[in-house]
Write a protein that binds this ligand. Structure first.
Ligand code: CAA
Length: 240
């Protein structure tokens, strides 16, 4: 039987590339999205991948969402926590809501989704969880105390959960993308982005498919010895 995956934020940007790459590996994918119905409908028509709507910032919506996927498609073997938002501003201008929105979506969303699939994966003794962190969680970024804190939290969450999953066949890994050619990065002011790209040794933005390539590796049946790791895919911008 084909493995079943949930990809959060799976209808656009990096998530779309991940959904397509997993589908190409023979995985049955459920793409979760929170807001853009039109994009989700177009995505499903184009790819044949079913889209499910819920907000990962809402703990109970995650529980219900996973139940819906399991009822319609089957037990979840793979979870890719990709959904993320930015609310960039310097500390002086950042409001509590900007902090909180990013923490709830980007970090609490990983907990809520992992919680919703954990008992099933544990009972079946198999799971692949990949959390999408960020170079900015590793290195920090001017104007992103919220996003950097949430993404940095994802890296700690990954290492802690990996230890709990290790004995029951569940691997938990993170990918730390650099600046990838998506709507999120396109929203960075042009002059600021030009300076960032100038510091990328490879000399360009990354492609969403280059992140998806890492996800399919970590989700492979034969990747059971890879757990608690962070794969940096950033064109050499930050090496550590
Ligand atoms: N280091 C030091 N100083 C900096 C700086 C930096 N990296 N960036 C800006 N500054 C300085 C500016 O030079 C300016 O100083 P002066 O007033 O003396 O000229 C001051 O800070 C204010 O800068 P801005 O005019 O840019 O301030 P703003 O309030 O209009 O905007 C900002 C601030 C929203 C943070 C804007 O700079 C910005 O959007 N920066 C990009 C942040 C970023 O990289 N976000 C990543 C989004 S994509 C993503 O997150 C995906 C991923 O995982 C990689």
């Amino acid at each position: 039987m084909a493995r079943v995956a949930i990809v959060t934020g799976g209808t656009r940007g990096i998530g779309e590339a991940i959904s397509l790459a997993l589908q190409a590996e023979g995985v049955t994918v459920a793409a979760a999205y929170a807001g853009n119905d039109e994009r989700a409908r177009a995505f499903s028509e184009r790819t044949g991948i079913q889209a499910f709507k819920w907000d990962v910032a809402d703990f109970y919506a995650c529980q219900d969402g996973v139940k819906r996927v399991e009822a319609e498609i089957g037990p979840v073997d793979i979870l890719v926590n990709n959904a993320g938002i930015t609310r960039d501003a310097t500390m002086k201008r950042m409001t509590y809501d900007m902090w909180s929105d990013v923490m709830r979506t980007n970090l609490a969303g990983c907990f809520s989704m992992a919680k919703a699939v954990w008992d099933g994966m544990t009972a079946r003794k198999y799971g692949r969880i990949v959390n999408i962190g960020s170079i900015n969680g590793q290195a920090g970024q001017y104007g992103q105390v919220n996003y950097a804190a949430a993404k940095s939290g994802i890296h700690g969450f990954t290492k802690a959960l990996a230890q709990e999953g290790a004995r029951v066949g569940i691997t938990v890994n993170a990918i730390a993308p650099g600046y990838i050619d998506t709507d999120m990065v396109a929203a960075v002011p042009e002059d600021v982005l030009a300076k960032i790209v100038a510091r990328i040794p490879v000399g360009r933005l990354g492609k969403a498919s280059e992140i998806a390539r890492g996800v399919t590796f970590l989700c492979g049946e034969d990747a059971g010895f890879v757990t608690g790791s962070t794969l940096s895919i950033n064109g050499g911008q930050h090496m550590y």
